[in-house]
Ligand binder design. Structure first.
Ligand code: GLY
Ligand code: MN
Ligand code: MN
Length: 466
């Protein structure tokens, strides 16, 4: 937990930024049953609740009066039964004091407060719910039909929260550095283990063990697959085969839930083939170009497009694309090989604040989300600012069904040489992902050490203990 002054300051700033006044409703997450009520998924606190209240407890509700700045934490002290099963717990009042909240109240009182506010016509601000239980809670508290809850989210609150959470302060950056260090260990562990005959899940289990041993666990379900062309492939059944590539996309959360998110792609045999090297080096060049360009005031959309140019140029050199590079990028033809964006912001969520809505996080009045091929999957297109933490994750993928569709429908014409591209249908996919902090003058990578990312660096690492 950060010093309590941090949370007091954040809540004050939030109240000031919601200038329409009213009540700001910030519920914690509840436990979520996996297969029966007493067997819950690993508890994950709501990130916005963590940001303003810092507490890991499920079920609490924070309420900030935007007119007076007064904050109340609603929650119930544990019962004797809870103590028997879970051990002694601090009281709500004690926990509230740790984060500078002086007023607490039982959960049962929340309904009356909110009913009164609604009756008096006071705005009650809440963020888009992403769990059904939250939707039902808001429905009940505010007297809205569950289907109508989404129509009443507060854009003002969404924008105020984003404006605070988007730029990370030094304490948060220190946490993100910790998450990066765990990510380094996860990926170098994977490189050490990667060899023919091992099953993907052995590597997935080992690196998720690193994340759990060093922090709160993984920041998202790990991708450890020889089918790197499937972007979010969570199957770990494959037995590693010499000659193929293994893609590992995995990251950690610290105990305070700050995230990392790295991807490395490595040859199962320990040595890249010439064909793999060619494609790998194109992706690496796109990565390098994005690092060169990421600085305050640069539009992330422009960095995406410049990376796309590097990919297109490289694919043209290999004969898979053809024609004018700028025209091909403008037509979105590269999206056949990279159907995702160059990166996203990261913080307390691996895709930071995606629950609040990418239109507020990644876009603004100046930068609207595009529906065009190649840009429609870009999560953030707006200008970067100091304190932003971003992933840079170009990739090249050969997705058989997608290639067949493009060919059938004439997409990407005349920029794709399908005859040549089809020679790569058994290739798989390559992604290289790093995490950067935007500084006042440019950017720097998070983490003291960068997991090997060049062909030589990966081969050298993999040659150890063999
Ligand atoms: N691991 C998900 C992503 O890279 O966005
Ligand atoms: Mn990733
Ligand atoms: Mn990512």
């Amino acid at each position: 937990m950060f010093p309590k002054e941090t949370y007091v300051r954040r809540r004050q700033q939030l109240a000031e930024r919601v200038s329409r006044g009213g009540l700001i409703l910030l519920p914690a997450n509840g436990e979520a049953p996996a297969n029966y009520p007493n067997n819950a998924y690993h508890f994950r606190q709501d990130s916005t609740f963590l940001y303003f209240f810092g507490l890991q407890q499920p079920g609490y509700v924070g309420l900030i009066d935007a007119d007076t700045g007064e904050t109340t934490l609603y929650g119930d002290d544990v019962t004797m039964d809870d103590i028997i099963w879970m051990g002694p717990q601090p009281t709500v009042r004690e926990q509230a004091a740790q984060v500078g909240v002086a007023r607490t109240a039982p959960l049962a009182d929340l309904q009356e407060t909110l009913t009164l506010a609604v009756r008096r016509g006071r705005p009650v601000h809440f963020l888009p719910p992403y769990r059904a239980e939250r939707t039902l809670g808001i429905s009940r508290w505010l007297g809205l039909r569950p289907e109508a809850v989404a129509d009443h989210i507060s854009i003002e609150l969404a924008m105020a929260v984003v404006s605070l959470r988007e730029a990370k302060d030094p304490d948060e950056i220190a946490e993100l550095e910790r998450a990066a260090a765990i990510g380094y260990e996860m990926h170098t562990t994977a490189m050490r283990m990667c060899r023919p005959g091992i099953v993907e899940r052995e590597i997935a289990g080992a690196i998720e063990g690193v994340a759990l041993a060093r922090g709160a666990g993984v920041s998202f379900a790990s991708i450890v697959s020889q089918h790197g062309e499937t972007l979010h492939n969570h199957n770990h059944d494959g037995v590693l085969e010499a000659g193929r590539l293994l893609l590992v996309d995995a990251g950690a959360e610290t105990t305070m839930h700050y995230c990392s998110d790295y991807t490395r792609t490595m040859p199962v045999s320990g040595r890249f083939t010439e064909r793999q090297k060619d494609v790998y080096n194109i992706v690496l060049a796109a990565n390098d170009r994005a690092f060169e360009l990421s600085r305050p005031d640069a539009f992330y959309k422009d960095i995406h497009l410049e990376a796309a140019r590097v990919l297109t140029r490289g694919l043209k050199d290999l004969g898979l694309m053809q024609g004018d590079v700028d025209d091909a990028v403008a037509a979105g033809a590269y999206a056949l090989f990279m159907p995702h964006g160059i990166g996203h912001s990261m913080g307390l969520d691996v895709h930071d604040m995606e629950d609040i809505g990418e239109r507020y996080v990644g876009y603004d009045l100046e930068t609207q989300r595009s529906t065009e091929l190649g840009l429609s999957s870009l999560r953030i297109g707006r200008r970067l600012r100091p304190g932003f933490v971003m992933t840079v994750e170009p990739g090249l993928y050969f997705i058989p069904a997608y290639m067949a569709k493009w060919k059938r429908e004439g997409l990407g014409t005349p920029f794709i040489n399908f005859a040549k591209a089809e020679e790569y249908l058994d290739f798989g996919g390559i992604r290289i992902e790093d995490n950067i902090l935007i500084t006042p003058v440019g950017n720097r990578m998070l983490g003291e050490r960068r997991a090997p990312a060049t062909v030589a660096g990966i081969e050298e690492w993999m040659a150890r203990d063999r």
